[in-house]
Design a binder for this molecule. Structure first.
Ligand SMILES: [Zn+2]
Length: 77
């Protein structure tokens, strides 16, 4: 939860508030099923805190980033 984290989407670099995994502009580009999966796995991680729940959360975050990273890269100048 460092204040120095930045948005992981290529070419963005926007600063992130703690608890956010990407900037709001890019989060809104993530398809809703993937947003729901991130929220679900995050709640589950907070509830149980197991190694497996961490792995599931990280996988859902990666899927959300992967879902828009290629699209964002294509739109870069
Ligand atoms: Zn961003």
């Amino acid at each position: 939860m460092s204040a120095m984290r930045t948005c992981p989407i290529p070419g963005c670099g926007a600063g992130l508030r703690s608890g956010h995994l990407m900037c709001l502009r890019h989060w809104r580009m993530v398809p809703q099923p993937k947003q729901r999966e991130v929220n679900r796995t995050w709640r589950y991680l907070r509830k149980v805190g197991t190694r497996k729940s961490i792995v599931e959360y990280e996988a859902s975050v990666k899927a959300a980033i992967d879902a828009i990273a290629a699209e964002v890269e294509r739109s870069l100048p």
